[in-house]
Ligand binder design. Structure first.
Ligand code: FES
Length: 349
């Protein structure tokens, strides 16, 4: 993950408390900034990092994010209230694994559940998929407090108009009365059941995406699974870790205090001592190595690397699949040393 100073090409108000920020990516950086729908970029603002999903379509040569002000969030306040066209921000190259594999020749049905700013990565996937898959059917269930809070409302309505047979948009409001009570209230277990009864046949669903507050993701992803969609076809993106790396550390950790570790990163091989009290990212940063990271909570995958020798304790995470684990992939930010000597490669993933 490399950071570059990018000029802000446009700040567009979406709602009273959210904006779309479009970056001017110069020609010489375009290949580095290539992305797939569902990926995010990280902003480094005076040393504080925040991840924001790209909402644009990778086919359209545009790099935009959607930012909503969060209570007490200085960064989101600055981005939504003070940022101007022409300002320069420190922006990472795109990262992340959220999204669904593209299948342009298949007739398939996708479900998308979003709440609040969780629409941003989902919008990117929807834009791309509608443009590339003629036979697709996408159902979007998008929840907000009221109609004034809906980010990208115009864009979603425009997509509905452009793809009336492929894109089925359903807006839900938790604090706004409607004639049809089906669309009143939050996306929860009860609402999910009603959606399956009245709006979509789960037997036709191939893949599902969920993005929003962690609690909503857990509830809806669980319901989708219980309804019969296999885990590997349920995709979600958590924005904030519910725990710290220490919380997920096994109590009775059987490992030496200090471990010798060899790390390969961007072609350079370094040796360092890794103390069991630290995760690998912090151990590397302490040793002066510019380790790649963003969330430091097992969510974003920026710190993914390969365990080539030795063993580590790996915390819970929402990123690695079974086949990733079989290949030896780990997340450095939630890893603690287990064996006496360890070899890690960040380049070969
Ligand atoms: S830094 Fe995000 S998963 Fe490790």
């Amino acid at each position: 993950m490399d950071f570059h100073a990018l000029k802000v090409a446009l700040v567009k108000n979406l709602t009273k408390d959210s904006v779309q920020i479009t970056f001017d990516v110069p020609e010489e950086l375009k290949s580095e900034f290539q992305f797939t729908s569902g990926q995010y970029i990280t902003l480094d603002i005076n040393g504080t990092r925040r991840d924001y999903s790209l909402c644009s379509n990778p086919l359209e040569d545009e790099w935009s994010i959607g930012v909503k002000a969060v209570k007490g969030g200085n960064i989101s306040k600055y981005l939504t209230q003070d940022l101007k066209t022409g300002d320069v921000l420190n922006v990472s190259t795109p990262n992340g694994r959220f999204g669904i594999p593209s299948k342009p020749n298949e007739k398939r049905t996708l479900l998308a559940f979003a709440a609040g700013s969780g629409i941003t990565p989902i919008l990117s996937v929807i834009r791309y998929t509608l443009q590339t898959e003629e036979w697709v059917n996408i159902y979007l269930f998008y929840s907000n407090k009221n109609p004034e809070k809906v980010m990208f409302k115009e864009e979603l309505k425009a997509l509905q108009k452009l793809y009336p047979n492929n894109f089925h948009l359903h807006l839900f409001y938790s604090q706004h009365q409607l004639e049809d009570w089906l669309f009143e209230g939050r996306l929860d277990e009860h609402k999910f059941e009603l959606i399956l009864n009245q709006l979509v046949d789960i037997n036709e669903v191939d893949e599902a995406m969920v993005c929003g507050p962690n609690e909503m993701i857990k509830v809806i992803a669980n319901e989708i699974f219980k309804a019969g969609i296999p885990k590997k076809h349920i995709h979600f993106e958590l924005f904030t870790p519910d725990y710290t790396p220490l919380d997920i550390l096994p109590e009775e950790m059987d490992s030496p205090d200090d471990v010798q570790v060899t790390v390969e990163l961007e072609g350079e091989v370094s040796e360092l001592v890794w103390n069991r009290e630290k995760n690998l990212i912090d151990a590397m940063l302490d040793a002066g190595i510019e380790a790649p990271y963003s969330c430091k909570g097992g969510i974003c995958s920026s710190c993914m690397c390969k365990l080539e020798e030795g063993e580590v304790h790996l915390g819970d995470n929402f990123v690695l699949t079974d086949s990733d684990r079989e290949e030896g992939l780990i997340l450095a930010c939630i890893s603690r040393p287990k064996s006496a000597s360890i070899k890690i490669n960040f380049d070969d993933i």
